[in-house]
Design a protein around this ligand. Sequence first.
Ligand code: SAH
Length: 336
Amino acid sequence: MVSSDAVPPGAVVDVVDERGKFLGTALYSSSSQIAIRMISPGKVEDLPGLVRKRIQAAIAYREQVLRETDAYRVVFKAMDSEPLRQTVLSELGDRLKPAAIVERVDPRVRELEQLPARASSLALGEKSNTVFSMNGVRFHFDALLGQKTGAFLDQRENYAAAQRYARGEALDVFCYQGGFSLHLAQQCSKVSGVDSSRSALEVAERNAALNGHEVEWIEANAFDLLRDYADAGRQYDTIVLDPPAFARSKRNLETALRGYKELNLRALKMLRPGGVLITCSCSYHVSQADFAQMLSEAAGDLRKPLRVVERRGQSPDHPVLLGVPETAYLKCFVVS
Ligand code: SAH
């Protein structure tokens, strides 16, 4: 590393070890805890050219590994600067010929990175809304509304798996705009979706209508509802748990695991004999082993033997890189 005083934010820097041996090229952040982000093991002379090639490779990879969808994450972008932004916009335009490009801004991250504030807006075209499909299920999408980017594409293959195992009466807890619910509705006699966000449930209802399904949407705090339903002796054949990330950092891992255990214990309690629980965690800090241990404890408390039907991860458009453990974050267990 060099002395950082002379280096402007976003600069392309050579990274060397303490003996001066060249390790690769990185983008430098003057303000983030992540001071350098490696972009290449070699020298980078032409950053815009590299970005264009990376976008082309990213699209080619996804075209190869994804099926049954017209919505995927194309690429994960580490840093912003006006020249890079222009390059990305132009390459996406050239390759994908989109009707519109919407720029969704996370103001908190821009502040952390000391980047100038920018509003979310259309960078190309006139329309921010459309309909996309995954596994034959259709979803309304408005890129300027909703949480995150408005859809949880990383669960795409897990929706299909859940649909394969689903039957009877189903409960989808933390349902957002109905990703799991609408897949379950293809198989189940009755589906109830629970979320605390009214606006998410309004889109979920429009999605149900779009696919010709009837789903019961319940606006509630999932912890309260699961406690009440479990106490009342309610039973289901299929239950999905897909809560938001409880462990935002390593420090609250214990608290997070207690939260996961409470939810999973109640869900297992409500599962009919032979029923299936599809249970997820998107907290990177909760490892697959932690998650399995938590589930095992919940089942143990109920003296319920539990089979792991499948241990699943995230969709391949959110690739897991060997050697970068941080890239594997989603756990999805199917248990029975
Ligand atoms: N399963 C969804 C994604 C869930 S994201 C899908 O596949 O699309 C997490 C959801 O949990 C969000 O919709 C958020 O509104 C909801 N949520 C967060 N805390 C909650 C709580 N305490 N009770 C109920 N819902 C909650």
